[in-house]
Write a protein that binds this ligand. Structure first.
Ligand SMILES: [Zn+2]
Length: 61
């Protein structure tokens, strides 16, 4: 079983160490917005992200 490599979650210590500027507290230090709110449609954890920052912003194609 393989997993697609992803950048560390926004606000997590790993992401911050890589220069992430996303809000740490709003993302509960990597757990997700307000501690892990899920998107009702996709079931994915929501994060507050800085869209103009490379690590979690627009991914270059
Ligand atoms: Zn970030």
């Amino acid at each position: 079983m393989t997993q697609t490599p992803l950048p560390p979650p926004p606000g997590s210590p790993e992401a911050v160490a890589k220069g992430c500027t996303c809000p740490v507290l709003d993302n509960a230090r990597g757990l997700g917005w307000k501690g892990g709110v899920k998107d009702p449609e996709t079931g994915e954890t929501l994060y507050v992200m800085q869209i103009d920052f490379p690590l979690h912003g627009r991914i270059a194609a």
